[in-house]
Design a protein around this ligand. Structure first.
Ligand SMILES: [Zn+2]
Length: 373
């Protein structure tokens, strides 16, 4: 049995720009409505850095300009209707200030790379986030618990501080790693050697990619495949790239786009031939593609799920097929293209179902299960 686990990072643009109503609340309402029609379940990964700032702004000014109350109501709706809310932390927002002239949240770039922060600071941020979610949601769902986590920009390297801070804060599942992923920019990580692209593992404190049978938290990786660029080129991806170009990240050194892709290649200064060569090599080279339900078509998601089924078969315990998405890229077009995937899973309950992290017993992955064929 494969449990399809939709996770959606719930946040505005990385630049600190954009309306939370348009980028977060409205698309997530459509997402929840669509999922409800198919019995699918959404796990909202709520960026607590932003939400706490929106709350603070409303409290200090009496003006709920960032729709904090709509956000709170939406999170409540999710946990009381079979969906879930878990923790996402963009650390650069904890010291952020609202820049009225520029119309954006001015983030603290010294705290941008989450995993590079000190243990005490990490524990403070994770603790604040977990407490906020539990205090907010328990009045509506008494057994609600925050126990799963995704790092800002998937930043889990270096691992010792963050893994220890998660463990000490009572987090039991991390879902930041995507095999083959690599960044060497404002955040730095290399997940090439991750234990699995699919099967959860108990995490070694020294390196989240490594399996330690005594590990205290479990990694549920975002399912990722390594393929040439054209395999996953879709209208949704082009839309996302355009959206990012229009909303670059302001930094002291100028505007950069840290999410533009893989290994942070050096600037090309080799003229038109060099450029053409670089384009060709980019097309042929294999890239890691996260299973992103806002960027892949429904058909691509179906094919990905079937490849997984062929490779891993049907072991005794259910395997998670973790998909990532972002409310800010959930367009109407995307809503239409996702539908065939929802129907496909819904119509094959003997092999596939929808789930949240609460449907898994992580301890069952302490012994290595589900080897790929
Ligand atoms: Zn995020």
């Amino acid at each position: 049995m494969y449990k399809v686990l939709f996770t959606s990072d719930y946040e505005i643009h990385g630049s600190g720009m954009g309306s939370p109503r348009e980028l977060v609340v409205e698309p997530t309402t459509r997402m929840l409505d669509q999922f409800d029609r198919h019995g699918a379940r959404l796990t909202i990964m709520a960026d607590i850095g932003e939400i706490l700032k929106f709350k603070e702004y409303a409290e200090q000014t009496g003006n709920d300009r960032f729709f904090f109350h709509d956000i709170r109501r939406q999170l409540e709706r999710a946990v009381t209707t079979g969906h879930d809310v878990q923790l996402h932390v963009h650390s650069s927002y904890f010291n952020a200030t609202w820049d009225e002239a520029g119309g954006y949240w001015k983030q603290d770039f010294r705290e941008y790379d989450l995993a590079s922060l000190g243990y005490d600071r990490l524990k403070e941020m994770i603790g604040l986030g977990k407490r906020f979610l539990e205090d907010t949601l328990r009045p509506r769902k008494p057994d609600y618990e925050c126990y799963a986590f995704r790092a800002a920009n998937w930043s889990m390297h270096p691992s010792p501080n963050i893994v220890r801070a998660l463990v000490e804060s009572g987090i039991r599942i991390d879902t930041s790693v995507w095999k083959y992923g690599r960044y060497d920019d404002l955040v730095r990580f290399d997940y090439t050697g991750a234990h699995s692209d699919l099967v959860p593992w108990p995490v070694a404190e020294a390196d989240v990619c490594r399996r330690d049978p005594d590990g205290k938290i479990f990694e549920f990786p975002i399912y990722t495949e390594e393929k040439p660029i054209w395999t996953f080129l879709t209208a949704n991806r082009v839309y996302r790239v355009i959206a990012q170009r229009l909303n670059p990240l302001p930094t002291p050194e100028g505007m950069v786009d840290p999410m533009s892709g893989g290994g942070g290649a050096p600037k090309d200064r080799s003229g038109p031939f060099g450029k053409a060569k670089r384009v060709v090599s980019k097309l042929v080279r294999r890239h890691p593609w996260k299973m992103d339900f806002n960027q892949c078509t429904g058909r691509q998601l179906i094919d990905g799920l079937l490849r997984v089924e062929r490779r891993y078969g049907h072991p005794d315990q259910p395997l998670p097929f973790v998909l990532i998405g972002h409310s800010k890229t959930f367009t109407r077009h995307n809503e239409r293209s996702l539908r065939p995937f929802l129907e496909y899973v819904q119509d094959r309950p003997d092999r596939f179902s929808f789930g949240t992290f609460g449907d898994f017993e992580p301890e069952r992955y302490r012994t290595d299960v589900g080897r790929a064929a």
